[in-house]
Design a protein around this ligand. Structure first.
Ligand SMILES: Nc1ncnc2c1ncn2[C@@H]1O[C@H](COP(=O)(O)OP(=O)(O)O)[C@@H](O)[C@H]1O
Ligand SMILES: [Mg+2]
Length: 473
């Protein structure tokens, strides 16, 4: 049995408490025993002296010594009517070592005296004074030896110890069994429940049903139950989401192939002889292209992670110019959104060029679309610079700011879009790509005056070596 188990602690504590309790019982009992012993000696001496007083004055010597022997004392002095009278006497074997007046001893004094008597191995002569029984005088005084007293005390103490040891063993056994039944067994039950649950947490049958009778344990069971319910239901939901994700990926894949074929045919419609068909053709092509894009982004997101960035050094201003060129072409109507840059022409940065292009294009397109949706004109500006540790790129616009919904689900897939035909994936993917560079994408500001996103990419080797490790889940 180890001491760091509940059973071990219980056994140890019980033993300690019982020993403590025994000490508390033993000391006063011993003191009481000594007092009783001395008082009975006084009583016997009184009887012996009364027997003598009743007979003639001239008493035979052998009767006197017999009386004293029976009483276990050397001599007896009685004081009646203020006359001190040596009633019985015999030779004393040594000087009187101490005098005890039982009429005036306090409790602590008695305990102290009894301990002294117990641990003094020498046989001494002592004088004991007490009050005679039945008011048969004012005082009775005897002289006696300490050895028989000590012997009786030792015997009594040992008997008391034996009895209380038996009691304490019994108590310890009872407590121990009670603890086993009342506390340990229920705890083991909870533990076995937990193990069973852990082996198949998606199985709701293993969720614990609180039934402990101990209030504290029952509380623990209730807490455990609600935790297991949460875990089980979120596991189930996760599983469903994973299945749904697979289905969506499959659908997107097939749909993209079908739509690509449709795109080819729609292209041909532009050459139709029917002018109505010719006019409708570009709109059809546009819609199909948007649908293909949706399929492709969904598929890209479905892939567990983007490939690790392939780093190269390139001129950032040139990259930004490419992004702006593409976005200006896509702008509708052309010219309402003005694109600006504020990038040092010589600024070289090290990153994955394609991935950074996608990030900037996403941010610039979002800004352009937000401005276009207001029906007013505005500007989108890409600024950049470097600090000792990072490169930073800011994409600012004078649009209406992010809608509440978009801000609430910022960087969360599929949920934050407020745009018709939007997927809510653009910002999520952009943030993922920047994280892949060991950097971060933040929304710095967004209000009625416009929005400002900031990309930070670390320049240091630490970030590079971090990127060599597998991306965190
Ligand atoms: N610069 C911006 N100004 C205003 N709203 C923005 C801006 N950028 C993003 N948003 C909002 O955030 C939403 C999510 O953007 P995004 O993740 O790119 O998904 P999507 O473009 O497919 O809607 C957008 O629908 C839009 O409402
Ligand atoms: Mg977008």
């Amino acid at each position: 049995m180890r001491l760091n188990t509940i059973s071990g602690r219980f056994a140890l504590l019980t033993t300690m408490f019982v020993i403590l309790a025994e000490l508390f019982i033993l000391l006063p009992s011993l003191a009481g025993f000594r007092l009783d012993y001395l008082e009975s000696r006084l009583e016997r001496a009184q009887i012996a002296s009364l027997a003598l007083l009743a007979t003639d004055e001239s008493i035979a010597l052998d009767l006197e010594s017999e009386l004293l022997e029976t009483a276990g004392v050397f001599n007896v002095v009685l004081r009646r009517d203020d006359i001190r009278q040596l009633v019985l006497s015999s030779p004393i074997p040594g000087p009187i070592a101490a005098t005890y007046d039982l009429r005036s001893e306090g409790v602590l004094q008695t305990i102290d005296d009894s301990l002294a008597a117990l641990f003094d191995p020498q046989n001494r002569v002592i004088r004991v004074i007490g009050a005679p029984v039945n008011q048969a005088g004012q005082l009775i005084e005897i002289t006696m030896q300490t050895a028989p007293l000590r012997e009786a005390m030792v015997e009594y103490g040992l008997r008391l110890l034996a009895v209380s040891a038996a009691f304490s063993i019994l108590t310890a056994v009872l407590l121990f069994t009670a603890a086993q039944r009342l506390i340990l067994a229920p705890i083991r039950r909870v533990i076995s429940h937990m193990t069973a649950y852990a082996s198949a947490p998606e199985d709701a049958r293993h969720i614990i049903i609180p039934d402990a009778r101990l209030a504290e344990l029952r509380d623990a069971e209730t807490a455990l139950q609600s935790m297991q319910q949460t875990v089980t239901s979120s596991l189930k939901q996760k599983e469903r989401m994973a299945q749904l994700g697979q289905a969506v990926a499959k659908i997107s894949h097939d749909l993209r192939n079908i739509l690509t074929t449709a795109q080819i045919f729609a292209d041909r419609l532009e050459d139709s002889a029917d002018p109505k068909v010719r006019r409708a053709a570009p709109k059809l092509v546009n819609s199909i292209t948007r649908a293909v894009n949706l399929c492709e982004t969904t598929l890209a997101f479905g892939k567990a992670e983007e490939p690790a960035p392939t780093l190269s050094r390139f001129n950032l201003a040139k990259l930004a110019a490419e992004v702006i060129e593409a976005e200006s072409l896509a702008a509708e109507p052309a010219g309402r959104v003005e694109f600006l840059t504020d990038i040092p022409p010589s600024l070289m940065i090290r990153a994955d060029r394609d991935q950074l292009y996608r990030v900037l294009a996403n941010l610039a397109r979002n800004a352009r679309q937000a401005i276009e949706a207001t029906g007013q004109s505005g500007t989108v500006e890409i600024g950049a610079g470097e600090s000792e540790s990072d490169w930073w790129i800011k994409v600012c616009d004078t649009g209406p700011g992010l809608p509440d919904r978009a801000r609430e689900y910022l960087f969360k897939p599929f949920t934050g879009s407020t745009r018709r035909g939007g997927t809510g994936l653009g910002l999520t993917i952009a943030a993922d790509l920047i994280r892949g560079h060991g950097g971060r994408l933040d929304l710095l500001r967004s209000d009625a005056e416009g929005s400002q996103f900031c990309i930070q990419i670390p320049r240091g080797m630490a970030a590079l070596s971090m990127r060599a490790e597998p991306a965190p889940a």
